[in-house]
Write a protein that binds this ligand. Structure first.
Ligand code: NAD
Ligand code: ZN
Length: 350
């Protein structure tokens, strides 16, 4: 096989094109993976809709998509750690390995990071080519649909486990797919009481299914007062900010106890105004910026949680579609009627 189907941005405009392109050839240190299932992320919707961020970042032509699992088809020279036939996913942040952050053991903060599906070709295709060091072998007990969403699950695991969570109370602000996964991870890791805030009613329902003790609508309830009252006036130990919404970010800090920890993952589209004095300085808050997944500590933790059967992610899954139905997939996602939609570029779900 020399040609393959790929979902591409071929022009700087909204939409995408299903094209026939050459199957990539893995060079030294590279691996070719036959994509089994690929999942759509909010970022893919931004790229599809060609928002302001995409216009500044994406350089067409590009095959997008960065959440997937598949089977190794071919390996280049010097890739002994990976073999043909391995069932794999991958860390799609490709670190350069030599910048200061990389040399200090923080490749997830590489200053020259390239992201597959954003800066170089990604996984909405029959095949994807990646550096062997980015490949993650998936344990056979982990189901295919879970293996397709390890990238966002890793965001949730990184956010939750960045500091103690066992025996602590927490609030998750924003219950999109990553917030929902963070709920499951926190509860599985010993979080004692978990409050979720979310404006979308459907997603509040999912938050409860994922294990939130309470899911509150910030448009209808004074969430800050509610959570403070429910925690004896103290506020929660941990804030997991998963919305990127400025109001939710401010409310999150107001719900945090003196000396609490905030993991900030949500990405606001503009600079956000915060009351640093009362929310961070006098609070003695520990504020953690969370980017991507730690390589590969987060992957190891995620693997352990999944293999131990600690995470039920079934409520997250929605449609499973062939690549050619991409227009339906993005329409569903844009309407806020779906969570994780899976593409099957090489045929139907098993
Ligand atoms: P998403 O957009 O599906 O979820 C955000 C949720 O927040 C939505 O359900 C929305 O209804 C809710 N929300 C909006 N305003 C709110 C408010 N005032 N109060 C409570 N909830 C509110 O996104 P996602 O895919 O789950 O990702 C979560 C966030 O993380 C996004 O901002 C995304 O850009 C960001 N992200 C960051 C990283 C990273 O490495 N830091 C990686 C992936 C995604
Ligand atoms: Zn680097």
């Amino acid at each position: 096989m020399t040609m393959m189907k790929a979902l591409r941005k071929t022009r700087a405009a909204a939409g995408a094109q299903l094209e026939s392109v050459p199957v990539p050839i893995p060079g030294a240190g590279e691996v070719l993976v036959r994509v089994r299932a690929a999942s759509i992320c909010g970022t893919d919707l931004h790229i599809y809709q060609w928002d302001e961020w995409s216009q500044s970042r994406i350089r067409p032509p590009l095959t997008f998509g960065h959440e997937f699992c598949g089977v190794v088809e071919k390996t280049g020279a010097g890739t002994e750690s990976v073999a043909e036939g391995d069932f794999v996913s991958a860390e799609m942040h490709i670190a350069d390995g030599h910048c200061r952050a990389c040399r200090m053991g923080q490749p997830h903060l590489c200053q020259n990071v390239k992201i597959a599906g954003i800066d170089v070709d990604g996984c909405f295709a029959e095949f994807v080519k990646l550096p062997a060091q980015n490949i993650w072998k998936v344990h056979p007990s982990i189901p295919e649909h879970y293996a397709a969403i390890l990238d966002p699950l890793g965001n949730a695991v990184h956010s939750v486990l960045a500091a103690p969570i066992s025996g602590q109370t927490a609030v998750v602000t924003g219950c999109g797919p990553i917030g929902l996964m963070a709920i499951a991870v926190a509860k599985a890791s010993g979080c004692s009481a978990l409050f979720a805030t979310e404006v979308n009613e459907y997603r509040r329902g999912l938050a409860r299914q994922m294990g939130a003790d309470e899911a509150i609508d910030p448009a209808a309830t004074d969430v800050v007062r509610y959570v403070r009252d429910a925690t004896g006036g103290a506020g929660v130990d941990v804030l997991l900010e998963m919305s990127g919404n400025p109001h939710a970010i401010r409310q999150g800090f107001q719900m945090l106890r003196q000396g609490g920890r905030a993991s900030l993952l949500g990405i606001p589209s503009r600079p956000v105004e915060l009351d640093l004095v009362s929310d961070v300085i006098f609070k003695g808050a520990t504020v953690l910026g969370i980017y991507g997944r730690k390589m590969f500590e987060t992957w190891v933790q995620m693997d352990e949680l999944l293999r131990a059967g600690k995470l039920n992610l079934e409520p997250l899954f929605h449609e499973r579609l062939p690549l050619k139905r991409f227009e339906d997939a993005f329409a569903l996602l844009a309407a806020g009627k779906a969570n994780k939609i899976l593409f099957y570029p090489n045929g139907n779900p098993s």
